[in-house]
Ligand binder design. Sequence first.
Ligand code: ASP
Length: 336
Amino acid sequence: MRTLIFSAALPFLLFHASSHATDKAPPVAIAIHGGAGTLSKANMSDEQEARYRQQLENAVKAGHAALKKGHSSVDAVVAAITLLEDSPLFNAGKGAVLTFEGAHELDASIMYGKNRMAGAVSSLRTVKNPILAARAVMEKSVHVMLSADGAEIFAKSHGLTQVDNSYFTTPHRRQALDRALQKLTFSPSSTYSIDTFDYKFGTVGAVALDKHGDLAAGTSTGGMTAKRYGRVGDSPIIGAGTFADNESCSVSATGHGEFFIRYNVAADICARVKYQGKPLEKAAKEVIHDVLLPAGGLGGVIALDRHGNIAMPFNTEGMYRASINTQGEVLVEIFK
Ligand code: ASP
């Protein structure tokens, strides 16, 4: 009798189990940033704030839409970052900061947590979307990092859109360079100092988790205003500005790159998750507030783990940031 009841109930149970499984799509999540720095409500008009918020929302939604369609985390990171690179509001692609000599030199990187493949480019001058060049290095070369002329030739050979260097210039960045040049004093050995002016980092980045449970991270930047001598920041350095590993987390950073390189920030956060078993939020906060800040390093990160946990700590006044969590909740924030 018991067997009979059970077998009669089985189809019902199976139906419910399977319909439940299809209702519940695997969780996807994404977070992006558009730089950190001296960003306070008092220094920003309502109109400016609205424009930034709109761009952040557009970018995070573009990345999320890719994830919802079943595309990879790499696709989602690239979808979000190319939008931010094309926006003149951020320090990446169009709107990138100017070097000491008044030109643009762009850096970008991307990493896939599934297999720890990575691609990076530095000191690009004519590639419209550096994140696409970083992706091409990851997927179409045997190398991880290409720089300057070699990176340009490689990007061209893969058909990436090229523009004149002046395409990236905006009046706002020109004024920022003029102000910086007035304030910065260089000794012959030229120590770069940001202490003399309010610094707004404007790098862009994204981290994503796709339906297969694979993480990715990417970062793109013009670097720092008035940078000199082919300076390369943390953004194209795997482990410093960008890191992704399915076994721990994915991170994209923004801030004073020299510190992020020396403290290996992105990889350090993931190492704390992996080897110390720390929750993502705790690991990310520790590195940004307890390691970087006492050393004098300003900036922040976005971080995401395989469970869809998102952390976005920063030790500056603000950080442009947005996320869509596994519940589909959209968050767009600028200030503390
Ligand atoms: N981290 C970048 C760099 O040092 C700057 C930024 O985040 O805006 O090149």
